[in-house]
Structure formats: structure tokens, C-alpha cells
Design a protein. Structure first.
Length: 254
């Protein structure tokens, strides 16, 4: 994702004097403690809390034995991503610096951070980004966010399922599926999850695992199987296969 800088640290003790960014700054404290001084307030950021600093707001922070994940995201890029997601204009979008004590927002942030860190493009990263950006803007923005456009959910879900089963080995984005079905990316992702029981990226992953098991039974190598079913490398394939099947591909072959 353009205009995005990812950072993480473990057991960091460091003080940052007053400064400002031209990006939106978001930081999740995982352990230890952190302090944020901004807009005349001194805030204690406890583990499990997400801090946000709006572009241009002067702030200082101090970390003490702190483990964290954070990113800096250009505001225009965030707004563009959100508008593509909901297919609506958001000219009044803005954020107020402070703390976000919301477990679900934190969970969405961490899922996105890890997906971007893995640099594995496709449905999963799209879904994480859209879910987080929409929740952040809708629940913690300074203005209301309009709902995405609606459409024929049943037909859209059927087309999406068929597409993923036929093109399981190809990288697919939510925007591509949205164009295919006529729904917004947000609405399609939510509708598919509700009707099928899992979001599109997990469904595509399950199709890949089923195909991989068939190839391994035929004697294909693990590396060849990983490439044929669409994984970026063997380590990603092994991790997802074990999580789904309960054993590694090597153990499955034996």
C-alpha cells in the first residue's frame, strides 16, 4: 500500500520530543507503557489501547519497556482507500488525536498490520484494510461515513464463489470481485461472510488447501504444490496448510 510506513518494537524505552507528522499516526501498545502528550492533554497509553494522532498535531511521547506496532499513513491515501471501499465521497473525513479504547478496532488494526508486514497481496490484505479503515472512520472519525451501495447479494455471492473456485491459484482483489458482482467491496465481503460462513479470502484459501491435498496425494513435491495452488512461497503454504489440516504438508504426504 502506497504512502504507508510500518514500524514495530519490542521492550523499547525511548522519549520523543514535541514534533508533528503530515500523516495519520496510529500506534497499538501491546505491553509495557507509553505516554502521549497532545492537544493540552497527557495520556497514559495502557496495553490493549490504540493511539491516534491527526496530521499536523504537535505531540510528544515516551515509551517505557514498550512493545508496540504502529504505522504512518498518508491522509489522502486513507481517504482514497475508504472511498473506493464504500463507493462514496467523504469530503468531511477527519480524525481527532487521542486514545481509542476499543478492542475490536485494535484487533482490526493488528490484523492489518500483520497482513501488510507479510507483504502477501490479495483478498486477505484487502479485507483487513477495508475493515479497519471503515471501522476507524465510522466509529472514530470526526464526521459520519455513508453506507456502501447495495445490490443483489445472492447473485453476487454465487458469482464470487464460482469465480474463486475456478481461479483459486490467481491473486484476486476485493475490487476485482466488486467489479464482477456490482456490489461495493465492503458489502460483498460482509454478504459473502454472512451467507457462506467465511469471508472470500478464507474461502479461496480453503479451495487452495483442498487442491493441494489432491496434488500431494499424487506425489507432487511440496514446493511444486505450493506454486501450483497459488501460494507466494513454501513457508506460507506450510503455515496455512498446518493451520487448516492439523499437520504439515510433509507429514500429510507420509
Amino acid at each position: 500500500m502506497a504512502c504507508l510506513e510500518l514500524l514495530r518494537g519490542s521492550a523499547i524505552t525511548q522519549e520523543f520530543p514535541p514534533h508533528w507528522h503530515d500523516e495519520v499516526y496510529l500506534s497499538a501498545t501491546l505491553s509495557g507503557t507509553s505516554f502521549l502528550d497532545c492537544r493540552g492533554a497527557s495520556l497514559h497509553i495502557r496495553p490493549g489501547t490504540l493511539a491516534i494522532v491527526a496530521p499536523g498535531d504537535v505531540h510528544a511521547n515516551r515509551k517505557v519497556g514498550c512493545s508496540f506496532r504502529c504505522f504512518f499513513l498518508g491522509f489522502a491515501a486513507l481517504r482514497d482507500a475508504l472511498e473506493q471501499f464504500i463507493e462514496r465521497s467523504t469530503p468531511a473525513l477527519g480524525f481527532r488525536s487521542g486514545l481509542i479504547d476499543d478492542r475490536r478496532t485494535l484487533r482490526h488494526f493488528l490484523l492489518l498490520h500483520r497482513a501488510l508486514e507479510d507483504a502477501e497481496p490479495g483478498l486477505q490484505t484487502d479485507a483487513c484494510a477495508f475493515s479497519f479503515f471503515h471501522r476507524l472512520a465510522a466509529r472514530h472519525g470526526s464526521s459520519s461515513v455513508p453506507l456502501p451501495r447495495l445490490g443483489n447479494e445472492d447473485l453476487a455471492v454465487h458469482r464470487t464463489r464460482q469465480f474463486l473456485e475456478e481461479r483459486y491459484a490467481e491473486p484476486v482483489s476485493l475490487h476485482e470481485l466488486a467489479r464482477l458482482t456490482g456490489l461495493s467491496a465492503w458489502h460483498l465481503n460482509r454478504s459473502f461472510r454472512r451467507k457462506i460462513g467465511m469471508p472470500p479470502h478464507e474461502y479461496q484459501l480453503q479451495v487452495r488447501i483442498v487442491k493441494a491435498k489432491s496434488l500431494l496425494r499424487l506425489g507432487r513435491s511440496i514446493s511444486e504444490t505450493a506454486a501450483l495452488v497459488g501460494f507466494v512461497d513454501q513457508s506460507h503454504f506450510t503455515r496455512h496448510f498446518k493451520r487448516s489440516v492439523g499437520v504439515t504438508p510433509g507429514q500429510f504426504r507420509r
